[in-house]
Design a protein around this ligand. Structure first.
Ligand SMILES: Cc1ncc(COP(=O)(O)O)c(C=O)c1O
Length: 390
């Protein structure tokens, strides 16, 4: 067996096991499980979205389809962006993919290559660096700084990490796992830096609507960039519309890159099923109320776990400004991987260990609060009683 593995490519052989999946595998299937480890809520996809998929299958749409995405979905994406960012968007900017994860893979394929470097501020969702490294490039972590008021990303730290091999930097805001949100000024500064060094930006704004300040959405590179800036936006239907299991997302990039993204899609998945695309059209056109409901639930979830964990008096929390995760520290807990494995075994509460999120995150735990309030209260109660017993 080891011989077979030795014969694999180093990129495949060295791909790390996701630290989140390790805990998930340890606890999955328990009857009393409260799964707060993964990045998804507990609501199923609304029926009007499922119905659009059933209708598509009923029409016999079971064949290959447009590589860039069906025109109706690309138009719906343009409309969604126009409404959210208050300006015109051409459908030609949008490329439908098989998930946010695949959008990341294709973006990385487009802007880096073997031996090149992509800068990734950490703590970060582990799949980002893994996607870079599987592609043969190197993910260069730039740890964010923990300050009393929250996480901070310093542009000079990014600049110090740039080498002649750097081709891109990845920015995820609102951030999974920290809940940090980049200000518009910071986005401007990062864009200037990228322009100065001729770098690409991969902008992951998939949690843009999960923003807890008094605004409809988080600041975006769309607010500060020109149409043809070197930015590839990666996005997903997963979070806003409770569609994690559908595996559908999109890329937004200068329309000039259309042929390139068409090719990358052709040579990876060869397109996204028509029925999922029609479901996405329904979500984008008619899903506004549902998204609002999701955001209100997340806001309640955020307050519930923040207040509950604070009462335990052993927990350090920086209130998240966006996304739907609490990234917190428990006094006395140093090995968060072992803690998460023990916690799920002893209490049935599934958390993600900070060790999964790269430099800077090791001593934290991540909890997804996009769930029913009573489940979150119960999770906090179990964490509290277990902590008092160890
Ligand atoms: C920051 C970030 N980007 C991208 C994704 C990918 O989402 P999906 O592949 O479900 O569309 C996730 C999922 O958790 C995420 O947290």
């Amino acid at each position: 067996m080891s011989n077979l593995i030795d014969r694999l490519s180093p990129e495949a052989r060295n791909a790390p096991e996701s630290g989140i999946v390790e805990v998930f595998n340890a606890g999955w299937g328990r009857d009393d499980l409260i799964p707060l480890w993964a990045g998804e809520g507990d609501l199923p996809t609304p029926d009007f979205i499922c119905q659009a998929a059933r209708d598509s299958l009923g029409r016999g749409e079971t064949f290959y389809t447009y590589q860039r995405g069906i025109p109706q979905l690309r138009e719906a994406l343009a409309g969604y962006h126009e409404d959210l960012y208050g300006r015109a968007f051409s459908p030609e900017r949008f490329f439908v993919t098989g998930s946010g994860m695949q959008s990341i893979q294709l973006a990385v394929q487009a802007v880096s290559s073997a031996g090149k470097e992509v800068i990734v501020p950490t703590p970060a969702w582990p799949n980002i660096s893994a996607a870079v490294e599987i592609h043969g490039a190197r993910a260069v972590s730039v740890p964010m700084r923990e300050e009393d008021t929250g996480w901070r990303l310093h542009v000079e730290d990014i600049e110090a990490a740039i080498t002649p091999r750097t081709t891109a930097l990845f920015l995820n805001s609102p951030c999974n796992p920290t809940g940090w949100v980049a200000s518009e000024d910071l986005l401007k500064d990062i864009l200037s830096l990228a322009r100065k060094h001729g770098l690409w930006i991969i902008a992951d704004e998939i949690y843009a609507l999960f923003y807890y300040a008094e605004a409809r959405r988080a600041p975006s590179f769309y607010d500060v960039a020109a149409e043809d800036d070197q930015i590839v936006f990666v996005n997903s239907m997963s979070k806003n519309w409770a569609m994690t299991g559908w595996r559908i997302g999109w890329i937004s990039a200068p329309a000039k890159l259309g042929q390139v993204f068409e090719n990358l899609i052709q040579y990876s998945t060869s397109g996204v099923p028509s029925f999922s695309q029609w479901a996405a059209v329904a979500a984008l056109r008619d899903g506004g109320d549902f998204v609002q409901q999701q955001i209100s639930r997340a806001r309640i979830g955020r307050d519930t776990v923040t207040d509950g964990l604070k009462r335990l008096n052993r927990v350090r929390i920086l209130p998240p400004e966006g996304a739907f995760y609490l990234f917190f520290k428990i006094d006395g807990v140093t090995d968060t991987r072992q803690f998460a494995l023990d916690l799920v075994r002893e209490t049935g509460v599934g958390l993600a260990p900070g060790t999964a999120f790269g430099p800077g995150g090791q001593s934290y735990l991540r909890l997804c609060y996009a769930r029913r309030k009573d489940h979150l209260e119960e999770a906090v109660r179990r964490i509290g009683s277990w902590l008092s017993s160890i």
